[in-house]
Design a protein around this ligand. Structure first.
Ligand code: NDP
Length: 259
């Protein structure tokens, strides 16, 4: 089944790496205009240079923006409107996990974690809403975590924040349905990405290979399919929920967790 997204535009926050970048590539392949953001401008430039080797530069916007800074998100939205004229699909994907237990999470950590998981969605959804409202296929997809339903003690603050985030997104789905904007979530288990790469590089044991590390993580977590997912596998679920392929689906979740 081919989805033609010519003349449609997607915004992917955290599109400079991992799952977000894989999603941006799928939207570009389907003919959409794509705007990505992240905080690190150098990383964004590198990614843009790679993308423009394959796709028309006119369809790509990369913009340095911290999704926790409302002013920066507003400036990003203005650039997107100027370049593409509108937005049809918003992918709230930017973020990262926090490794901490109840004892080791400080009050400041809690505030940071809750701010990240809530305001990464609130700021971007509020700011891009006026553009999404003008679309005939408006949709928002949030990259959430399976931790929302299956908390882990060593990721306690992230698990709690992800559960709250899922409630927020379900509420938004109901409220925005009358504007014909669909809101859905992918619940990620363990997917290879920069986050995991950084944890691998921080290991004291330098003998262990990346492949062995990944398989150990999946085995330890008891993942039935016995491996970590790829960014493209997560991005494919995002693509499905963002596009009219899922035109009668809102307030829903897809687990991308290997079971
Ligand atoms: P990556 O680290 O590969 O990508 C994260 C992206 O988010 C980067 O582009 C990063 O760019 C950007 N980002 C982070 N914080 C901000 C911010 N405040 N403002 C703007 N951009 C930001 O990780 P993943 O692809 O794995 O992560 C994508 C999402 O999936 C995240 O929300 C993550 O928590 C979630 N997730 C991932 C899991 C996994 O196993 N991979 C499991 C569960 C959830 P920069 O650093 O330059 O800002």
């Amino acid at each position: 089944m081919h989805v033609d997204l010519s003349n449609k535009s997607a915004v992917v926050t955290g599109g400079s790496s991992g799952i977000g970048l894989a999603a941006a590539e799928l939207f570009l392949e389907a003919g959409a205009n794509v705007a990505i953001c992240g905080r690190d401008g150098t990383k964004l430039d590198e990614v843009k240079n790679k993308l423009v080797r394959i796709h028309d530069e006119k369809r790509i916007l990369s913009y340095s923006c911290d999704v926790l800074n409302r002013g920066e998100v507003e400036a990003f939205a203005s650039e997107v409107e100027k370049k593409f004229g509108g937005v049809d699909m918003l992918i709230n994907n930017a973020g990262q996990a926090r490794v901490s237990t109840f004892s080791s999470t400080t009050e400041e950590d809690w505030r940071e974690e809750l701010e990240l998981k809530f305001f990464s969605i609130i700021h971007c959804s509020k700011v891009f809403l006026q553009l999404l409202e003008k679309s005939t296929i408006g949709s928002i997809v949030c990259t959430g975590s399976l931790l929302a339903k299956q908390p882990e003690p060593h990721l306690l603050a992230t698990s709690a924040a992800r559960a709250g985030q899922l409630s927020l997104v379900h509420g938004m789905a109901k409220e925005l349905a009358y504007k014909n904007i669909r809101v859905n979530t992918v619940l990620i288990g363990q997917v290879e990405s920069n986050q995991w790469r950084k944890r691998f590089e921080a290991l004291e044991d330098k003998e262990i290979s990346w492949d062995k590390y990944k398989s150990q993580i999946a085995i330890k977590a008891g993942v039935p399919l016995g491996r970590m997912g790829t960014p493209k596998e997560a991005a494919t679920a995002i693509f499905f929920l963002a596009t009219p392929m899922s035109s009668f689906t809102t307030g829903s979740t897809i687990d991308v967790s290997g079971g």
